[in-house]
Write a protein that binds this ligand. Structure first.
Ligand SMILES: C[S@@+](CC[C@H](N)C(=O)[O-])C[C@H]1O[C@@H](n2cnc3c(N)ncnc32)[C@H](O)[C@@H]1O
Length: 298
């Protein structure tokens, strides 16, 4: 196998590639799907979230978080208007109110790029995302496989109840991480399945792994992976996923890390794992937050 080498900036934007031709209407379907998944039409509206980095000091952050969480439990959201919304949505800043993914257009393009490359190069294996929120990135991956008539499984791994509390004895890098307290990050399995149905993409190729990664991933009945997308934010979540999944990633497959550019603990987990396993494949920036590399060795 001799995978197509990554060249310059092109690999960031699948719209520029198209290694195997699909019809114009199929390409338009995928484009429209991306726009719906990130809710481009309402890009100027955002939901107030407790997410860093703009409210960094503890008291302010705690007060705002508890207000947002209390409202969220009642199904209420504080919304605002952001004139830069469309630009933000391009790079996955801000969480959409009604969209299905928070990762933005460039990172969706990157999923498309990676899948189109593994199809074109005949790299075997499935797609997995660890940390799916409302499921939009996995829904999009399923749609791409369908358009290309590729018989690959989509593994959808999440607790479906938010992030774990930091285990600082084992993972001191996660000390102070309070993402576990965010109500808006708890999306049930049933809701994610409904979201797949909304696009008529829930079928026997889609498999849900419900639970903490440390419990579900080591024994998951996955044989081979072609694209692994890590979006668990924390050191623990990133490391648990790498340990279980990287050995199953085919040579020529892609490893994507959503928060590499913005969460230091996540970045550290990636480098600790790479150092331990002598991985030197070039890490490529997608949009400042998401990064990825193509696996060259076993
Ligand atoms: C930032 S969200 C993912 C965003 C999503 N990829 C998207 O496209 O919008 C993080 C997700 O990771 C999940 N998560 C984080 N750490 C986890 C762990 N250790 N085990 C299970 N789920 C985890 C959370 O439940 C949450 O749904």
């Amino acid at each position: 196998m001799n995978p197509t080498p990554l060249t310059g900036a092109v690999q960031r934007d699948s719209a520029l590639t198209n290694p195997r031709a699909v019809s114009p209407s199929e390409r338009r379907y995928l484009q429209l799907l991306k726009e719906v998944i990130i809710d481009v039409d309402n890009a100027h509206r955002f939901q107030l979230t407790p997410y860093p980095p703009d409210r960094s000091y503890w008291l302010k952050r705690t007060a705002i978080n508890s207000l947002i969480n209390t409202l969220s439990k009642k199904g209420l959201t504080i919304t605002g208007v952001n004139a830069r919304g469309a630009t933000d949505r391009e790079i996955g800043l801000g969480w959409p109110i009604n969209g299905y993914s928070m990762i933005g257009m460039k990172r969706l393009n990157n999923i498309q790029y990676c899948l189109e490359q593994v199809f074109a190069d005949g790299i075997p294996g499935d797609f997995i995302e660890t940390g799916v929120w409302r499921g939009g990135a996995c829904i999009f991956a399923r749609a791409i496989c369908e358009v290309y008539n590729e018989n690959r499984n989509i593994w959808v791994a999440d607790s479906f109840e938010g992030l774990p509390k930091p285990n600082v004895e084992l993972y001191p890098e996660d000390k102070g991480d309070d993402l576990y307290s965010i109500e808006q990050l708890r999306v049930s399995l049933e809701q994610v399945q409904e979201n797949f149905k909304r696009f008529d993409l829930l079928d026997d190729k889609v498999h849900f792994l419900k639970g903490w990664f440390k419990d579900t991933l080591p024994s998951a009945p996955i044989e081979k992976l072609a694209v692994v997308r890590l979006d668990g934010d924390m050191y623990e979540s990133t490391m648990d996923a790498l340990k279980s999944l990287y050995p199953k990633l085919s040579t020529g497959g892609f490893l994507i890390v959503d928060d590499y550019g913005v969460i230091p603990a996540c970045r550290k987990a990636v480098h600790d794992y790479r150092d331990e396993h002598g991985i030197t494949d070039e890490i490529i920036d997608i949009d400042g937050s998401g990064h990825f590399w193509r696996k060259s060795g076993n």
